[in-house]
Design a protein around this ligand. Structure first.
Ligand code: C2E
Ligand code: MG
Ligand code: MG
Ligand code: MG
Length: 284
């Protein structure tokens, strides 16, 4: 009995592996078709400048509108894209699409784009970024590239980041505080901006520890001449506390959820119609 148990569990295990391999291959195939059929879409989430209370710009966030499964999260398909090499052409498309969209916004608004570590390693990122800027006509000063600590800062990677900065592009460190070597990472490259991970913001009203980490991060960023964006801001309370703590920008559902290109255009038009003038008129 023991033998048949173990052999049946072996078979089960084997079947699971085959399944997950088959599933992964199926997902890769579907993703390739999705790219060809333009099922990928970029959403844009507004980022608020806390010093001026004006829009700073937007972060581009990828979405897969699957014909039958509905909207699929980037957390699900970016890893598959990375494993299959599709992240190369996909990343190029994302860069071009986001830069072209940003060109339709008023001049001062910037666009932030996430770069995958695989994309960073395996592609000529510099050439891809240059091409996207050329095709779209977007000034490099309006583009911010976000990387995470999963990009290993080898000499080669650091040289690429320096060349990107030389183009006029800014570099942000995303999800700060969630990696293993945040401090050494910060000292290895002069980032323009630190994005404080939403896990700290989520806990900040209840947890003195989260507040301490946020405060310290903002102080550190200031000393290093970097700006800070707090991610995942969902309440007025958090927004006020972050403003008081000296964060440069805030991003989160409180301000707006990520939305399609057309919706963000309407959002911007709306803001311009109301925000500055209305405030001036109401000022005592
Ligand atoms: P991220 O770059 O840290 O993006 C922020 C994530 O937080 C987004 O999730 C956004 O929708 C979500 N978020 C924003 N505000 C709030 C809030 O107030 N509350 C909560 N609970 N969540 C909020 P999303 O769009 O699912 O993206 C997840 C991650 O996938 C991103 O994290 C980024 O690492 C990656 N990603 C997204 N788009 C791309 C892309 O075009 N290329 C690459 N390489 N990665 C991408
Ligand atoms: Mg990001
Ligand atoms: Mg983040
Ligand atoms: Mg993230």
């Amino acid at each position: 009995a023991a033998k048949s148990d173990s052999s049946s569990s072996y078979r089960l295990y084997d079947a699971d592996i085959k399944d997950s391999r088959a599933e992964r291959r199926a997902l890769e195939g579907a993703l390739k078709i999705a790219l060809e059929n333009k099922e990928l879409e970029l959403f844009y989430q507004p980022i608020l400048d806390l010093a001026t209370n004006q829009l700073w710009g937007c972060e581009a966030l990828a979405r897969w509108k699957h014909p039958t499964k509905g909207m699929i999260s980037p957390l699900q398909f970016i890893p598959t894209a990375e494993e299959s090499g599709l992240i190369g052409p996909m990343g190029d498309w994302i860069l071009e699409e986001a830069c072209s969209t940003a060109m339709t916004w008023p001049q001062p608004f910037k666009v932030a784009i996430n770069l995958s570590p695989v994309q960073f390693r395996s592609r000529d990122v510099l050439a891809s970024v240059k091409t996207a800027l050329e095709i779209s006509g977007l000034p490099a000063q309006r583009l911010v590239l976000e990387i995470t600590e999963s990009v290993k800062l080898t000499d080669e990677a650091t040289a690429t980041l320096k060349r990107l900065k030389a183009l006029g592009v800014s570099i942000a460190l995303d999800d700060f505080g969630t990696g293993y070597a945040s401090m050494s990472y910060l000292s290895s490259f002069p980032f323009d901006k630190i994005k404080i991970d939403q896990s700290f913001v989520r806990g900040m009203m209840d947890s003195p520890d989260s507040r301490a980490i946020i405060k310290a991060t903002i102080g550190l960023a200031k000393d290093l001449k970097m700006s800070t964006t707090a991610e995942g801001v969902e309440t007025e309370e958090q927004l006020n506390a972050l403003h008081l703590a000296g964060a440069s920008q805030a991003q989160g559902y409180l301000i707006a959820k990520p939305m399609p290109r057309e919706a963000i255009a309407a959002f911007i038009t709306n803001l311009q119609g109301t925000q500055p003038n209305k405030r001036d008129e109401q000022a005592p």
